[in-house]
Unconditional design. Structure first.
Length: 288
């Protein structure tokens, strides 16, 4: 079916409006990516500081770390917190993450209790419960993390879960992101062994004189682990959305180029037909 100039003009206008929307979303994704990447870099330094504080506590011979194992834990239940997205236009962001998480969880024995962050990722997780929406800013992460910690504390204190793992996408140089897993609880001998492998930056360890220091550091360790996981997930989400918008922008530009070419050809054909009519009319008058 041959398209008219008016039809092509409407298509060009629609593509132009869509291009404007895509450019806006692209700018928002780029801004969000920069914001969350900076937050992740800052959190890395703070996370390292908290870990070194725990190393100092563990070095004290009379310190027994709180939360090290519980005999009442249900050894058959593994908890998992999966950070996904609420919005679409993120490529395979949620699919890649859930495939990774389910593969790791299936390898673990016992029942699973999965908490999902994000409406989109919830659809890919069977029998998962929604624990919150993805924050829309860095400041909003604190409230989400506080709620997750409260849920985990309740389940852990009741002995309802044996272990808790975090699953999220992490920014990766050379590619958009990669799915990762982190063991959050329990703070047992395995956790102690991994922590004590960290080298102390000086030759002398500080002396821990406050009895509440280790409890404060443990709480901060759990909080910052969840906070960093959420921030890394949001940075990855914005990177994925930025890439999707760049692909969409390129496709729209190609479509606009084709539409404009068709429109110009159609206009030229119309002009040629009018010229031919004028010439034919002139020749007819000349014959008379």
């Amino acid at each position: 079916m041959t398209e008219t100039a008016e039809t092509l003009r409407r298509k060009i206008n629609s593509a132009g409006e869509l291009q404007s929307v895509v450019r806006t979303m692209k700018a928002l994704a780029a801004s969000g990516l920069t914001q969350y990447e900076r937050a992740v870099h800052s959190l890395d330094d703070y996370y390292r500081t908290v870990e070194l504080g725990l190393v100092a506590c563990l070095s004290q011979p009379d310190v027994v770390m709180a939360g090290v194992g519980r005999s009442s834990l249900n050894r058959g239940v593994t908890g998992a917190v999966v950070f996904g997205s609420d919005q679409g236009l993120v490529g395979q962001f949620n699919e890649v993450l859930t495939e990774f998480a389910m593969g790791r969880l299936k390898a673990m024995s016992g029942n699973k209790r999965i908490m999902a962050v994000g409406e989109r990722v919830l659809g890919y997780l069977p029998e998962a419960v929604m624990t919150g929406n993805v924050p829309n800013s860095i400041a909003a992460i604190t409230q989400l993390v506080g709620r997750i910690l409260q849920d985990i504390d309740t389940q852990h204190e009741r002995g309802e879960v044996a272990e808790v793992y975090l699953f999220h996408n992490r920014p990766r140089s050379g590619s958009l992101y990669e799915p990762v897993m982190q063991r959050l609880l329990p703070l047992d001998e395995t956790w102690r062994h991994q922590l004590t492998k960290l080298p102390w930056p000086t030759a002398n360890l500080p002396e821990v004189i406050n009895a509440t220091t280790e409890q404060t550091l443990i709480r901060e360790y759990l909080f910052i682990s969840l906070f960093r996981a959420c921030a890394e997930s949001m940075a990855s989400e914005n990177a994925s959305r930025l890439a999707a918008m760049q692909r969409a922008e390129k496709n729209i530009e190609e479509q606009l180029a084709d539409l404009n070419q068709d429109f110009n050809q159609l206009r030229q054909s119309g002009i040629d037909e009018e010229l031919f009519d004028v010439i034919a009319g002139f020749e007819a008058l000349s014959v008379r």
